[in-house]
Ligand binder design. Structure first.
Ligand code: PLP
Length: 399
């Protein structure tokens, strides 16, 4: 009897969740739940915490999906994606960056999130050390860890415009060899961008050492300070990741793409065949049509530019004057160490007392995130003005 229950306990232990699934949660979700509670009680919350556009997908994308739905046939597609969508994306590189690409090098993915899993599996073996900028987008670290790779944080600061420099990369690599690096420009949470020269120098250094570059270009199209450069133009060995989620306002459609080095196309195809079969056909058809909605999306972008201006002008007057260069994406990252060293509590209080929801830096930066907050300015101009008012009044009262 006793041995029986011991065996049962031992068996239960074996049924526990894997160690690799033990990735940290996204703490912004706590802010979102608190905001939902305030709204359920009738409060009006200004949402600057969620990193997604409030505008709908391009009309042409929705119409294309409706046409497909009306046929009643939504089937699997080729694992690497619908050929006409892959060609349309290749054309986009020609039009946007004067970069000629073979459509065979393009793989369609379930958002850029799906692209990371495929890219990491195709490029790295377990144990691979992959450099990422700190602060940075948390899932880079968490997906790498879940796949048995080692994320290696490289500190960035205003000295280097919040990007990994060739020198910092080499110093880390010399201490213990790296196999990969993820770069993002514009970046999340900082909203900062790398110049074409800085990106080219970093890629040259990395590839000279045999370090695989993965360039997350999901915020391309949303550049205000200067034009974003694509790694596809700078290297045939870089893996470029992009998505319809942000510029095209299609987060929920879950469709993105990769530009792959030739030798990784077939490995990615085999992985995709086994892991997902294909990306949802409806989303792929909508994504192809989305390129016809660029005028609509440019209008949305002008709205972000206006919001950006309101915050850059207004926040310093409200008391928050240590903000990172607001180059691109729709994020503003602010140093609030003059007010707090617990950005989680700061965000909770601001939400509770002023009904303004923003994201504490702790999600993005395990080292200094307690002194930073991120604001997403993808909402309305009226909300941005109101945010400045409410934060200003709140900080003045706290003085
Ligand atoms: C930097 C960055 N990369 C990738 C993603 C994932 O986006 P998706 O999977 O919707 O393409 C996000 C989402 O916020 C992001 O901020």
């Amino acid at each position: 009897m006793h041995t029986g229950s011991m065996r049962l306990n031992a068996a239960r232990t074996m049924l526990a969740a894997s160690q690799r699934s033990d990735v940290p949660p996204f703490m912004v979700m706590d802010v979102m739940s608190a905001a939902a509670r305030i709204e359920a009680a009738g409060g009006h919350v200004i949402h600057l915490e969620v990193g997604q556009p409030f505008a709908p997908a391009p009309r042409a994308a929705i119409a294309a999906a409706q046409r497909m739905l009306a046929t009643g046939r939504v089937a699997y597609t080729e694992a690497l994606g619908i050929p006409s969508l892959r060609s349309r994306i290749a054309r986009h590189y020609r039009d946007q960056y004067a970069c000629a690409l073979d459509p065979d090098r393009i793989a369609i993915t379930t958002g850029s999130s799906g692209a990371f899993t495929l890219a990491f599996l195709a490029a790295f073996d377990p144990g691979a050390r992959v450099a990422i900028a700190n602060p940075g987008y948390p899932p880079y670290r968490h997906i790498l860890s879940a796949l048995g790779c080692e994320p290696v944080l490289i500190e960035t600061s205003d000295r280097d415009r919040w990007a990994i420099t060739p020198e910092a990369l080499l110093a880390t690599h010399r201490r213990k060899a790296l196999q990969g690096i993820i770069v993002a420009s514009p970046a999340n949470p900082t909203g900062t961008m790398m110049t074409a020269d800085a990106l080219a120098a970093l890629i040259k250094t990395a590839e000279g050492e045999g370090i695989r570059v993965i360039s997350d270009e999901i915020y391309h199209g949303l550049d205000y300070a200067f034009a974003a450069a694509t790694a596809a133009h700078l290297s045939d060995e870089a893996i470029v990741v992009n998505s319809f989620s942000k510029y095209f306002c299609m987060t929920g459609w879950r469709v993105g793409w990769m530009v792959l080095p030739e030798r990784l196309v077939r490995p990615v195809e085999r992985l995709q065949q086994n892991l997902a079969i294909s990306v949802p056909a409806l989303s792929q058809v909508a994504a192809e049509a989305a390129f016809d909605g660029r005028d609509e999306m440019e209008a949305v972008k002008h709205g972000y530019e206006e919001n950006r201006r309101i915050l850059i002008d207004g926040l310093p007057r409200a008391g928050i004057d240590k903000i990172l260069p607001v180059d691109g994406a729709f994020y503003l990252y602010a140093d609030v160490s003059a007010f707090t060293h617990d950005s989680l509590a700061f965000a909770a209080r601001l939400l509770e007392e002023q009904h303004v929801a923003l994201t504490p830096g702790v999600d993005f930066d395990p080292l200094h995130g307690r002194s930073f907050v991120r604001l997403c300015y993808a909402g309305s101009a009226a909300d941005m003005r109101e945010t400045v008012e409410r934060i200003g009044a709140w900080l003045r009262r706290a003085d």
